[in-house]
Design a protein around this ligand. Structure first.
Ligand SMILES: CC(C)(COP(=O)(O)OP(=O)(O)OC[C@H]1O[C@@H](n2cnc3c(N)ncnc32)[C@H](O)[C@@H]1OP(=O)(O)O)[C@@H](O)C(=O)NCCC(=O)NCCS
Length: 250
């Protein structure tokens, strides 16, 4: 999905013949919390979607305007058949939960959407996998791969030749230097710097404002400048998907 629809391209270049009418798909977003709404905002500005539907178990009273609507609980979406006219993205901030839900949706045959804010800068030689969301001011440089379900948040930059694992989250204002590897479901806190060539394992947390200058293993919490490990994470510790029970299967 490009960030600019053929219709818009036509409006900007009026000597181009009118395209066939393009019927845009619906974007279903799981989660109507802060992260889900930031995705919806980026999606609206991209002008790629006919309608934006939220599915959320916890906000039945929420009202939206324009082409945003609260369509009901998550189970309603899971009971629907996948269709070419609707794509889905998981708009939940918890990395483990987002990872699990995206896998379940894929298994049920849904097409997973990628949402890129029109003011993100994305190298043509980078790869952005399904379910990723790139927010306003994000910069993805050449040769970098952004994994499935990743969040590259507001004003975060990922430089050349990085590998960002599935469902990782690079928080607002972080700077990831060249040739960095970040594991699956790892969370880089806001305003952090990860120095070039560093490798960070899976399920690790880097605290806000940290500077990572050496490799970090799987499943640790590291903070400060330079970042030091303050503890190991266990499977049931906070920020883990096991904390949040959501049953999607029938
Ligand atoms: C790293 C983090 C997850 C740790 O949370 P926690 O496990 O609850 O840790 P605590 O608050 O108990 O702090 C433990 C120790 O680490 C220190 N610490 C925590 N976060 C720190 C940080 N970002 N930088 C430096 N030190 C930090 C605390 O001061 C405390 O030190 P002390 O034992 O000497 O008093 C959290 O502090 C953090 O930075 N979260 C990221 C927030 C963020 O970026 N949000 C963006 C959302 S889009």
């Amino acid at each position: 999905m490009t960030s600019r629809s053929p219709l818009i391209a036509h409006l900007e270049f009026s000597n181009v013949p009118a395209p066939e009418e393009v019927v845009k798909p619906t974007l279903a977003i799981i989660g109507a919390g802060g992260h889900g709404r930031v995705i919806a905002d980026a999606a609206s500005l991209s002008n790629d979607w006919h309608l934006i539907e939220f599915f959320d178990d916890n906000c039945s009273n929420k009202k939206f305007e324009g082409n945003w609507t609260l369509a009901g609980q998550m189970k309603i979406l899971m009971d629907q058949q996948s269709t070419e006219r609707k794509m889905v993205i998981v708009g939940i901030g918890n990395n483990g939960l987002r990872h699990d839900l995206q896998k379940q949706l894929e298994e049920k045959g849904w097409t997973i959407a990628t949402v890129i804010h029109p003011r993100a800068i994305v190298s043509a030689s980078s790869t952005i996998k399904p379910g990723a969301s790139l927010m306003a001011g994000a910069i993805i440089n050449t040769g970098t791969t952004i994994g499935a379900g990743c969040i590259i948040n507001t004003k975060a930059s990922i430089d050349h030749d990085c590998q960002i694992g599935a469902s990782a989250h690079v928080s607002p204002g972080s700077t990831i230097c060249g040739s960095v590897q970040i594991g699956d479901r790892t969370w880089i806190g806001a305003g952090s710097v990860v120095s070039n060539n560093v490798r960070i394992g899976n399920d690790t947390i880097v605290g806000a404002g940290s500077t990572v200058i050496r490799d970090l293993p799987d499943s640790v919490v590291a903070v400060g400048t330079p970042a030091r490990i303050i503890r190991r994470r266990t499977l049931n510790s906070e920020f883990n998907s096991n904390d949040v029970k959501i049953e999607l299967s029938n």
